[in-house]
Ligand binder design. Sequence first.
Ligand code: CA
Length: 224
Amino acid sequence: MRVLLVEDDEMIGHSLREALQGQGWSVDWVKDGLLAQSAWDDGDYACVLLDLGLPKRDGVEVLRHARSRGDTTPVLVLTARDGVDDRVHGLDLGADDYLLKPYEMRELLARMRAVIRRRDGSAHSVIGNTAMQLDLTTREVLVQGERSQLSAREFALLHALLERPGAILSREQLENRIYGWGEEVTSNAVDVLIHGMRRKLGPDAIRNVRGLGWRVTGGMEGAA
Ligand code: CA
């Protein structure tokens, strides 16, 4: 899955990006508020990690801009211990949670999962339909009683499809959800990924809709 990391501190940014990539995230890292705003406007992110004290445009302004155009991407604010006013302001503006610096990576990852889950409309760490359930904590998928472990990219793809079971997502939409900036994406990358997933999950788990894209099956057959 893709995360937008907004952090002007080089050291914090580097270590965060490395840790997130180690967990299988695709990370787009920007270091000022203007770049954050344009990246957020254009990108399709599972989560935004937002520092508030930023050059060019304050993090609070970046958040206000995103929420005012109706964007609902989960936002985790990363902030200094003394910035109580900023934190309250951020939460009022629609941040989903915040984390005080310095924080532990484990806690950051757990809170990211929690805000994403809440956005998925579930207090539980499992999303899916009658045919397929995806565990957001363990990255396991359960299909017809069979449990399989997914790679980070397989997980990002299935998470995108299961957010709205039955909806068709195009190649571009899926690529946007799976790959970050500067990652080389071959023209058949999505096909290769889905091919591998069908071997794991069964040939009908992910259906191709010719010329349009892909969707998951099960539970929504009649509605599609
Ligand atoms: Ca800062």
